[in-house]
Write a protein that binds this ligand. Sequence first.
Ligand code: 13P
Length: 259
Amino acid sequence: MRKQIIAANWKMNKDVNETSEFIYAFQNEMKGVVTAAEVVICPPFIALDTAFELLQGSPFKLGAQNLHFEEDGAFTGEISARMLKSLGAHYVIVGHSERRQYFGETDEIVAKKVKKALSADLKVILCVGESLAERDGGVTEKVLERQVKAALAGLTEQQLASLVIAYEPIWAIGTGRNATPQQAQDAHAFIRKTVAGMLGEHASAALTIQYGGSVKPENAVELLSQPDVDGALVGGASLKADSFAKIVKSSPKEIPTAH
Ligand code: 13P
């Protein structure tokens, strides 16, 4: 049985007040809703504390959007894994394509961040995905294999249990053009096969693989019903409580068994 995880990645949006407003509204939308999905909210660093306080006693988990791979030291402006833990973060997003693209995060840096987060007892949402040029060039699988292999190198099966992979094709992020359910399914099955080659069938069958890229209430049911799609990492549509709640409610109650 695989866990379905629906996560909100707010990126650089919402201040402390807007975070509070969202959480009140979202909890209201979710009153009485039964879902098998784990819900994760990833506000910007400055709102983690507020979000944690407001989420106390709820089933919803808190996540951060990034971390530094060093323990501590002279890294002005950076945030460590231990700091995130101390704010009550449960998850951390690592290797988002915006970090790779705009902040120069290489596969090597991403791998260091994954290890650091896991060693600090944070769960990792590892993002992978190809650009449009890579898809058009027919190298999608090559790119995904390189990213997955680099980020997971040296991890144990036990560590993999604290890791989620988010497949986010770059061309689908913020564009309104989501991957088709079949494109998502094919990429997820490939990622699962790649992980199986590294850490075995058993571990890979249990791995949650989320889809991200223009997920919205209108396409969530179809995407989430694919056998290897185990949740969503949602950007734009997670900024409004009602649309994010609709996406959470689209998650299948019965978790499809691994094949
Ligand atoms: P959008 O849902 O806005 O396309 O963003 C997806 C994403 O990057 C989530 O991490």
